[in-house]
Write a protein of this length. Structure first.
Length: 278
């Protein structure tokens, strides 16, 4: 029996698996060693995970999460070993590696995340070979929900989209320019606010101007990230995340326009991780 974890700052999805099949799924609060101490993480494992496990004895543990940088790996490893008796391997790795293994399996490729933020990597079938820094939604994160939202409000306020689209936006959100400035520059989590505007794009994707807007944003992601990896012309380019999943037709158009080969598009990594570790 192995234990897999896919963790973000908000929630952690755990899965007990055996022979490539899920046995039990568990949800706990998010775990991020960048913001939490070893004691805090261990306390969450003891309170929320252990009661749901049939036994604390586990053959192997594979934990993938946000904030799992090289310097923070020992924090997670020590917290996990406090309450789990791991008989074999205990591996802690980044959410980017989770996406790569889930998308590409044991084959080389380029793996990308398009969610609230964006990220990408060159993958050799086992580990990350190169990672272009995403830089966050102010400097980078092209193609992400936050940047789609940022560019949308910019184009709305500067009259770069047709009048009927601007009217629909105003009717839907009832936001004055001063409201948007307040939410983006003065309130917490502006990236989440900006990403919350993305459903408007999905609702109006049949409009040519909106589809062109989304395709161009995806092309910008491909040019500024994917084209920096050796072999982008031939390797499959796969995606994980809600933005990629729900805007698949526009993503396919962007890849075709940039001369790239589409790999798998998945909404969440856990099914692919179960397959990878069977």
């Amino acid at each position: 029996m192995i234990l897999l974890a896919d963790s973000g700052s908000t929630k952690t999805d755990w899965c007990l698996a055996e022979n490539g099949k899920a046995v039990k799924s568990i949800k706990t609060r998010g775990t991020n060693p960048f913001f939490q101490t070893e004691d805090e993480i261990a306390a969450e494992i003891e309170a929320s995970l252990l009661p749901e496990l049939p036994s604390a004895e586990i053959d192997d543990v594979f934990f993938y999460g946000a904030g799992c940088t090289a310097e923070k790996l020992p924090v997670l490893e020590k917290a996990l070993r406090r309450h789990l008796n791991v008989k074999g391997r205990l591996e802690v790795a980044s959410d980017m590696l989770a996406a790569a293994r889930s998308i590409c399996g044991h084959e080389p490729g380029i793996a990308c995340i398009l969610g609230t933020g964006s990220n990408s990597c060159l993958y050799d079938g086992e580990k990350l070979v190169k990672n272009v820094s995403p830089l966050g939604f102010i400097l980078g994160d092209e193609g992400s929900g936050a940047v789609l939202g940022k560019n949308l409000v910019g184009d709305i306020l500067k009259c770069q989209l047709p009048e009927h689209i601007r009217q629909r936006f105003e009717e839907k959100f009832q936001l004055k320019p001063s409201d948007i400035i307040e939410r983006v520059y003065r309130q917490k989590m502006p990236n989440r606010f900006l990403a919350s505007l993305v459903p408007f794009l999905a609702e109006n994707i049949a409009d040519e101007s909106v589809e062109n807007f989304v395709v161009e944003n995806f092309r910008r992601f491909l040019v500024r990230n994917v084209k920096l990896y050796e072999g982008w012309q031939t390797l499959p380019v796969g995606f994980n995340g809600s933005i990629a999943y729900y805007f698949r037709p526009q993503l396919e158009k962007a890849l075709q326009a940039e001369g790239m080969n589409l790999g798998r598009i998945i909404q969440a990594p856990m099914p692919g991780l179960i397959e990878y570790h069977k």
